[in-house]
Design a protein around this ligand. Structure first.
Ligand code: CMP
Length: 152
């Protein structure tokens, strides 16, 4: 089992798309094991987007991500990091394939609705930025036997 950090960004919250996005994850059979709404501070934004801080688009990205609340989630599932990034589609909503979340709901590179960790190291780092260990509520869904075979 793998875990990944998801942020429903300010555009997702403001556009009332939280339910639609969370439904995609639930319908796929992924387990939500933590979830909270919070306001990202400039300090947290710089930690989260450390690799982008020196890029020309960073000031706009920080203004955007701190401009309204976000919802942070931890999702758990088999190959969940790749699976979720496939569900989201390409970074830019203009390039994302139809059928993906960004392809269906976003027409922007910055306002692309959802962030998802891009690898296991980023996932561990980002989960620790948003959640204490005791806020992660791993559990076995009662319908697990209808989601995958025992040997998968
Ligand atoms: P995310 O997956 O959260 O990771 C970094 C974010 O920076 C990305 O989604 C976009 O919201 C934003 N981003 C990436 N590239 C650009 C760009 N060239 N211009 C503006 N924003 C960008």
């Amino acid at each position: 089992m793998e875990r990944t950090l998801i942020l429903l960004k300010p555009d997702c919250v403001q556009r009332r798309l939280m339910g639609a996005v969370i439904s995609r994850f639930e319908n796929k059979g992924l387990n939500i094991i933590a979830m909270k709404m919070l306001q990202v501070t400039p300090e947290l934004a710089k930690q989260h987007y450390a690799e982008h801080v020196s890029k020309p688009f960073y000031p706009g990205l920080e203004k955007f991500i701190t401009g309204a609340p976000v919802v942070a989630l931890v999702l758990e599932g088999l190959e969940v990091i790749r699976v979720v990034r496939d569900i989201l589609g390409a970074t830019s909503g203009l390039k994302a394939a139809a059928g993906t979340i960004r392809g269906d709901y976003s027409s922007s590179r910055q306002m692309n609705l959802v962030h998802a960790s891009d690898g296991p190291e980023a996932a561990a780092r980002e989960i620790a930025l948003y959640f204490q260990a005791n806020e992660l509520c791993g559990y076995t869904p009662t319908l697990v036997e209808w989601l995958k075979a025992e040997d998968e």
